[in-house]
Design a protein around this ligand. Structure first.
Ligand SMILES: CC(C)=CCC/C(C)=C/COP(=O)(O)O
Length: 254
């Protein structure tokens, strides 16, 4: 005969789980929580993980579904993840794209330009670009260290100069840098339209190549692009000028 608690459970159960509960006849295997319940007099509350499994929130389901689609799509798009992959022959080319969005060439190039520039306007722009790049590296390292999402399992860790947090993949540092640099360049350099289009194309290629190389999941890249885009607004807001940072500019005045 079913216990009063059993019938209470059946009455209050959500319809989608009712069939699960009704399968628990006298001979059906009991869950650990039910075994514990029958051993003592006062029934202990359901363990939290059971509650979560039986009553997942909408946000939980949406997030797990998004993650599942993300992992599936990233695996399918990782066509250059190894030399033996479907598009493995394009891997060397994508690794060149990877270097084009790496932090070291951008930091060194900006620093070199800063030392070489003889106009104060160029120095101001380059100094702000340098700080934007440093800020980007720090922010990405902090987020990677907090989220600790491992890189896709199909990634081969043969990247050009990495630091310890680069074993994590969320967000993509290349994507944040590309989006940040793109907005910076489009805003501060006077470029002909074809060149402006090329800069935007470069950002898209860097982003797509991260997934094709197997370095990242799609969401790492999308969030990276978003972060870089937002970071540029922060850089604009905190723009360094000879007025608010005279000591810094004195360092580079000849
Ligand atoms: C060592 C320096 C100065 C930068 C590291 C740049 C780097 C390796 C970022 C990782 O990018 P992804 O997150 O897109 O893989």
């Amino acid at each position: 005969m079913p216990s009063p608690r059993g019938s209470r459970e059946r009455r209050s159960a959500r319809p989608e789980f009712a069939s699960l509960l009704s399968q628990r006849g006298p001979g059906a295997p009991d869950s650990p929580s039910r075994r514990r319940e029958s051993a003592g007099s006062a029934p202990p509350p359901l363990p939290e993980e059971d509650c979560m499994r039986l009553n997942p929130s909408f946000v939980g389901i949406a997030l797990s579904s998004l993650l599942a689609v993300d992992l599936w799509a990233s695996k399918r798009l990782g066509v250059c993840a190894g030399e033996a992959s479907a598009w493995g022959s394009a891997r060397p080319l994508l690794k060149v794209v990877e270097v084009s969005g790496h932090g070291i060439p951008w930091l060194l190039g900006t620093f070199y330009g800063l030392c070489q520039s003889d106009s104060s306007a160029a120095r101001e722009v380059l100094l702000n670009l340098f700080f934007a790049l440093v800020l980007d590296l720090v922010l990405v390292a902090v987020v990677k260290g907090i989220v600790k999402r491992p890189r896709p399992t199909h990634n081969k860790m043969d990247m050009f100069v990495t630091v310890s947090v680069d074993k994590y993949s969320f967000p993509s540092g290349h994507a944040t840098r590309a989006a940040l640099v793109c907005r910076f360049v489009l805003h501060h350099l006077v470029l002909a339209i074809p060149l402006r289009v090329l800069v935007v194309l470069w950002v898209l290629i860097v982003g797509i190549s991260r997934v094709m190389l197997g370095r990242h999941n799609v969401t790492d890249v999308l969030f990276g692009l978003f972060l870089g885009y937002v970071l540029y607004s922060v850089v604009e807001y905190c723009w360094l000028s000879p007025l608010n940072a005279p000591a810094l500019f004195a360092l580079w005045s000849h």
